[in-house]
Design a protein around this ligand. Structure first.
Ligand SMILES: Cc1cc2nc3c(=O)[nH]c(=O)nc-3n(C[C@H](O)[C@H](O)[C@H](O)COP(=O)(O)OP(=O)(O)OC[C@H]3O[C@@H](n4cnc5c(N)ncnc54)[C@H](O)[C@@H]3O)c2cc1C
Length: 387
């Protein structure tokens, strides 16, 4: 079990390599470009809430107000990663509810889950009207780091039964497949990038827990085949100050480009987007559609009074883009993740009390500290050939 949430996608899995991992990975590589880690290059700080449920996402249908409500929320720190596979599960509930392709359904919410649910329903032949209080970039999904993290704060160890894990794995694999269909597009919604997992004292030492966090199951090995195996690097094979380093390869979501593309595709296929704030459950009854999919994320806490949702605050900051920096960094034990996004070098760090916290005020000092930790990783002029 993972005692705490490790920063970044399956960091535990990144730390271990199978016996055949090194054989093919001997090609010389250019030196990783130096990141200009100065706090005066911070151009934006975003705060978002992860909608965490101890039992995992709620994907279920109920009859209420004479219509079918399909609830589809609670994806914790995995919403972007699992979105497509999760939407396919919601689609099965839509199709099982007696509405026929060609009929219009309502989707509430314009985050990662609402957008992918709407697209999945359109592709199955439904007309879709999206109702949402806010739209990107003013949704929590817009603050996401943008890594393939299908196992991040998605369920507690206590609730991860074999059945649940089997369903999660199917969802992750289905989602992964759809993400691959977004590779190679001009706006780069989905890309693969190399990254470096760094550590001061090896990769096996346990990290301290975070305030209030439950135990999470170790799910990453179930889908370890979905990305290339990592490679341990010797000192001198990387330019970073940390004594231990592994190279990994990781799926990155360029969130603004992905959202824009999904919205464009949705509109092109006849989708309508309506600004609407649902203030009470009865507001579902006021929608003209016979079926509504509730993709309100953390909003369901207030809208439905759903106490099974725990808000988990997260903050991401962006440094001015450096296109020459094409690698991610995870500095284990130093609360630092860097992602080479097209809209900037994204710097993520956890706060001490994120769990149960829905404070949306940016904490600039937290991001500046992370940028200083990043700066310390680069020795002056130390870039040298890696690999
Ligand atoms: C800092 C951070 C980093 C993350 N990093 C990653 C990552 O690297 N990879 C990954 O896979 N996931 C990541 N996540 C998790 C992912 O972003 C979430 O799982 C995802 O945002 C959940 O999407 P959602 O659509 O359910 O919710 P939201 O994005 O919150 O969307 C909810 C939508 O519902 C609407 N809404 C809410 N209430 C109402 C209402 N009453 N009436 C009308 N509309 C309403 C909102 O306006 C919004 O449009 C991260 C999250 C955070 C905060």
């Amino acid at each position: 079990m993972q005692r705490r949430h490790l920063l970044g996608a399956g960091a535990a899995a990144l730390a271990s390599s199978p016996p055949h991992a090194h054989a093919l990975d001997f090609a010389p590589r250019p030196a990783p470009a130096t990141i200009r880690a100065d706090v005066d290059r911070l151009v934006d700080i975003a705060v978002g809430i992860r909608p965490f449920r101890a039992r995992g996402p709620r994907i279920e249908a109920e009859r209420r107000f004479g219509k079918t409500l399909v609830h589809h929320y609670g994806h914790g720190g995995s919403g972007w990663s699992l979105s497509w596979g999760s939407a396919q599960r919601a689609l099965a509930l839509i199709q099982g509810a007696g509405v026929k392709p060609g009929e219009r359904i309502a989707v509430i919410g314009c985050g990662a889950i609402g957008l992918t649910t709407a697209r999945t329903a359109q592709q199955a032949g439904f007309k879709v009207r999206l109702y949402s209080r806010d739209r990107p970039p003013r949704v929590h999904s817009s603050a996401a780091t943008g890594l393939w993290t299908p196992d991040s704060r998605i369920v507690t160890a206590e609730h991860a039964s074999d059945d649940w894990i089997g369903g999660w794995e199917a969802m992750a694999r289905a989602s992964f497949k759809v993400h691959q269909s977004y590779l190679g597009l001009p706006s780069g919604p989905v890309e693969w990038h190399d990254g470096y997992l760094l550590a001061d004292d090896g990769f096996d030492t346990p990290l301290p827990g975070h305030v209030g966090e439950p135990d999470y199951p170790d799910l990453a090995q179930r889908i370890a085949d979905l990305r290339p195996h990592g490679k341990a690097l010797a000192a001198g094979e990387h330019p970073f100050r940390s004594p231990h380093a592994r190279r990994f390869t990781q799926l990155v979501f360029n969130i603004p480009a992905y959202q824009r593309l999904l919205l464009d595709d949705f509109a092109r296929d006849g989708g309508e987007l309506v600004q609407r704030d649902l203030r009470e459950p009865r507001d579902f009854a006021r929608l003209p559609e016979r079926l509504a999919v509730n993709c309100t994320g953390d909003g369901a806490r207030k809208l439905l009074g759903d106490a099974s949702l725990t808000p988990v605050r997260g903050q991401t900051a962006r440094l001015i883009p450096q296109p020459e920096v094409d690698y991610a960094l995870i500095y284990r034990g130093h609360n630092l993740v860097v992602v080479p996004r097209r809209d900037g070098l994204l710097v993520a760090a956890m706060g001490e009390d994120d769990f149960g916290n829905d404070d949306l005020r940016p904490d600039r000092a937290q991001s500046e500290d992370a940028v200083r930790r990043l700066a310390a990783l680069f020795q002056p002029g130390a870039a040298q050939a890696a690999g």
